[in-house]
Design a protein around this ligand. Sequence first.
Ligand SMILES: *Cc1c(COP(=O)(O)O)cnc(C)c1O
Length: 366
Amino acid sequence: MIHVAAPEIGDEEIKGVNDVLKSGMLAQGPKVAEFEANFAAYCGTTYAVAVNSGTAALHAALFVAGVGPGDEVITTPFSFIATINPILMVGATPVLVDIDPITFNIDPTKIEAAVTDKTKAIIPVHLYGQPCDWSEIKAIATKHKLLVIEDACQAVGATYDGVKVGNLGDLGCFSLYATKNIMCGEGGIVTTNNQGYAEALRSFRQHGMIAPYEYADLGYNYRMSDLHAAIAVEQLKKIDRFNEVRQRNARLLSAGLQSIKDLELPTIVNNRTHVFHQYTIRLRQTFPHSRLDFMTALRDKEVGSGIYYPNPLHAYPHIKALGYKLGDFPAAEQAASEVLSLPVHPKVSEADIRQIIRAVQELADV
Ligand SMILES: *Cc1c(COP(=O)(O)O)cnc(C)c1O
């Protein structure tokens, strides 16, 4: 079976964890500091502060940016639920803006109409590993004095005009969940060039602590452990190779699938690199199978696939309750009904790619 996601774990990660276990110091310590320094250097930012999930990273970023009750935060309806929940966790109101159907990212031409005098920040998502339309978003943020918090959870290593994601906005949020481009089981990290934010992030992840048993503000226990950081340190050394294999696999898939007329293949926009966290196609209305039947038939041919995401965020009860209804974001709704992701991760070999292409061809009208 060619799975749609699988972590790539080497002897280095196993040795790293063993070394931490033998050291007897398991909680946040030198390995976390090492990971933070290396991650900041990789992204080109001055600071990186590790936490224990991408969700915690987004929550912490919103908190230190001062986003709270009465504030509005603009984001996309087509993402993982963890993009939007942290906005609610700080007591602010999410305001959704439809996506560009080509890139699946927030449509910058629709953002300005959603800005009000309550808008405090924008959270663009670099969905599937392709950076958002940064220069357009930056221009709107500058004009209206809005903060930008990047949801870069799927895009570590991706670039826009040569600048790494996480170093574009005021704060960048990453996930190291088991299926992400680099992982440590569960983990997250926030990047920034702002010293005040970095200090506040370190405090927020540790109960608001500023000195031993001195608590200056609300905080959580969002610390990463050295056991997790030991995995993350080794994964980060391999990130460029991981992303190159994903990009090669994506190229081979697109070359093999381009003749199938009822499929729409991923588009890479000119001034950016796409790190293919997901290789996501659309099944057009004319495709000869329903999406679920197609997935089952692929599985029978030992090819895994996944739907990211089957519903737009405003379909979920606690988001719908903000006053949204189906029909509000047609591009996001159509994407949710048509997308399918095929295996592209670094464990997928060239032979696997041939098998995936053959399986799709056998089920499609060529
Ligand atoms: C994975 C992910 C998150 C959340 O990360 P966790 O580590 O699972 O908490 C947030 N946003 C996006 C777009 C993600 O893909």
